[in-house]
Design a protein around this ligand. Sequence first.
Ligand code: ATP
Ligand code: MG
Ligand code: MG
Ligand code: MG
Length: 564
Amino acid sequence: MRMSKLYMPTLREVPAEAEIPSHKLLLRAGMMRKLVSGVYSYLPLGYRVIKKIENVVREEMDRAGSQELLMSAIQPKELWEASGRWDNFGPEMFRLKDRNDREFCLGPTHEEYFTDLIKNEIKSYKQLPLNLYQIQTKYRDEKRPRFGVIRAREFIMKDAYSFDKDEEGMEKSYREMWEAYEKIFTRLRLKYKVVEGDSGAMGGNKSHEFMAMAETGEGVIAYCNNCDYAATNEKAKVVYEIKTKDEEEKDMEKVHTPDITTIDQLVEFFRSDKGNFGKALVYLASGEPIVVIIPGDRELNETKLCNYLKIPEHELEMADEETIIKVSGAKKGFTGPVGLREGTRLIIDSRITKMKNLIVGGNETDYHIKNVNYGRDFEGEIAEDLLLVEEGDICPKCGEPLYIARGIEVGNIFQLGTKYSTSLQATFLDEDGKEKPFVMGSYGVGVSRTMAAIVEQYHDEYGIIWPLVVTPYHVIITVINVKDEVQRDLGEKIYEELSNEGLEVLLDDRNERAGVKFNDRDLIGIPIRITVGKKANENIVEFSLRKEEGRIEIPTDKIMDNIR
Ligand code: ATP
Ligand code: MG
Ligand code: MG
Ligand code: MG
């Protein structure tokens, strides 16, 4: 490709909303463009990267025995009503109506559709296992689209679905997909961790997430260096060290009775950790007020709380002041050790129940009670693991301290069991002549998100440093002065030769200053560089790699030796 003809609209300035390197660089390098929030176009260079990622995914999926097909993004409401997800998916689902008022969604994922597709065709255990996949555009009206294609509202996903006759078969399919994913992300040169995940909107019981390591990642991972424990923060468990009596007594000394006279102070108190039972947080869960108590100054994990309450995350919100006063009894109307109005749902992190001598109360001066014991003096619902795991928490598997790292979720595999086959009545006849629901798994790779994850791991202050496997072009030939006939001809000649070798080559034949060309080639991150300059008349060029500092002068007939 001649760069004089290439559609590569590079940018000097990027919009302020681009916070992280991949977002900035993919825009600056003219690889993608935003249409509206969370909706992007892939321009020629970026689209070549996307296609290369897709092909790695395709090769490994095919090799693992999955078969590619392509389904529609438009899905009828009825399918989603059958699984219960028309309501449960919430506002993340893009919904639309046709001219006859029939309702549809733009698929955020395809469990229902695949189950429906095969249910009338696969009738016997003899046709199982079956594994199908597609690489397709997904739609999710994300609450907060950000980081470019990392959290987009339209994005490319590879999604696969396995159908087995029993649990054992499903576990084997799951294992095979896991291995295929390891091959995919290794080939894509990503540094990643596989972590126990939360099943979230997919349902089912077991899942693993493939996290590309990146400080800018939204995913928080707790992992152990001593054993193989690794989980998302939503899934990770904390093993508590119960405090010694001495420590507890010291804590008690710190307790003071708050002097609360205004609503603001009350709210402040409820949201703080002045009493050593920890934080009392007032929420509205599906509109109903609840009070949650967690120990000390820890952070509450809202995802875990939603899982406990069995509500989607958008149905959980912080209560307003009025509600806080209502449930706490505010000034007067104090009803018990935790200062709750009778009937208010109280949820207590399990650790609280292990602590002795709590201080509770706290909506008015002197309304504190010391030496309260859970079970003796007050009760609530006990929820396990409502906390975010922190660095230094104890590994639930081996007892060593845990580490925390951040990552980008590039893949997710789920053991679904019979959730969708049961609700959509998708059954087959088993060996024993009985009708049984398919045992399913589903497996996603965020193809467009992976492009950005690679850039997060492979860049420097000047631009992208593409790994060879996904680079839009392998080689870039920069002709320093295109008005110099000798230089121009030599550039063309090398371009011809390398292209004939099967390499994908960019020829920078633009009539621009050398500095502009060098900046652009750093920015777009082509791995192998050849510079044709003053020594063109001696058939000597400069050879360098994007990822390394050095450069060497070589005769043109030695170029291929250096590339190999
Ligand atoms: P996240 O936790 O980031 O919201 P998810 O768990 O909701 O992702 P899945 O339902 O597991 O996503 O979808 C499979 C894969 O699709 C994810 O692992 C991710 O790589 C990709 N993906 C999900 N949401 C988006 C998005 N909004 N933009 C780009 N890729 C996405
Ligand atoms: Mg999501
Ligand atoms: Mg996720
Ligand atoms: Mg996921």
